[in-house]
Design a protein around this ligand. Structure first.
Ligand code: FMN
Length: 218
């Protein structure tokens, strides 16, 4: 069995990449499948993943790392691959119907009644966020962060380095990737690859609040 704690302790946020080292295609395939398999509330999957493997693609993403965020640009440019995790800006009925349709195709409903019950439950929860709590956008972004967690731990398990990035100009990246027209906005950028010799974070000790502070046992 893989030692999950060793993986969690060994991973860190890479601050610099070796531009000469590329991730092998089968590993990238595993990471793509991993984010596709991430769980989400009511199986809403309100996300889209843009993956850059070319210098041109990475340069387009790096345009969003300017000004205050300029320190993140070399990570994006020098990494082997860069994932952009995007979130729907509207929870549409069409998307919800597509989820039900996919679940039907995947064989999750024994009959039409089961499908209808599921459909009503899905719409009920969607309406709770769209119209009662009116937090649909924030709620959808929470789901995308679950995919981020999957990606970070998965990358570490594959002995790849990764950098979760929230420090970028969202408006610039949205425009550069044409995301609004597709119904999405950028949530996080994740460069992936192999750390460079100048990755100062690799040798720093990990720092976390103590278990005593973080847990209460009931
Ligand atoms: C959602 C998220 C956004 C982050 N944004 C950035 C960023 O823009 N640039 C950066 O260098 N690190 C960023 N970090 C890295 C955190 O600072 C780092 O995860 C934290 O200090 C814990 O260190 P570790 O990941 O090395 O264990 C981000 C982390 C997360 C989870």
């Amino acid at each position: 069995m893989p030692d999950i704690l060793s993986i969690a302790r060994a991973r860190h946020t890479a601050k610099a990449y070796d531009p000469a080292r590329k991730i092998a295609a089968p590993l990238i395939e595993q990471l793509r499948e991993l984010v596709r398999l991430a769980p989400s509330s009511i199986n809403s999957q309100p996300w889209h993943f843009a993956v850059a493997s070319t210098d041109e693609g990475k340069a387009r993403i790096a345009k969003a790392a300017h000004g205050l965020h300029a320190y993140n640009a070399p990570k994006i440019l020098n990494a082997s691959h860069v994932f952009v995790l995007c979130t729907r800006h509207t929870l549409t009925d069409a998307h919800l119907e597509a989820i039900v349709e996919q679940e039907a195709r995947d064989g999750r409903y024994p009959d039409a009644q089961a499908r209808q019950i599921r459909r009503e439950s899905l719409l009920g929860y969607a309406d709770l966020h769209r119209y009662t709590r009116r937090d649909a956008q924030a709620w959808m972004e929470k789901q995308t962060y679950i995919a981020l967690g999957f990606l970070l731990l998965g990358a570490a398990a594959l002995e790849l380095d990764a950098t979760p990035i929230e420090g970028f100009d969202h408006a610039v990246l949205n425009r550069e990737l044409g995301l609004p027209a597709k119904g999405f906005t950028a949530t996080t950028i994740v460069p992936l690859g192999y750390r460079g010799a100048d990755d100062f974070n690799a040798s720093l000790p990990k720092s976390r609040l103590s278990a005593q502070v973080l847990f209460s046992d009931l």
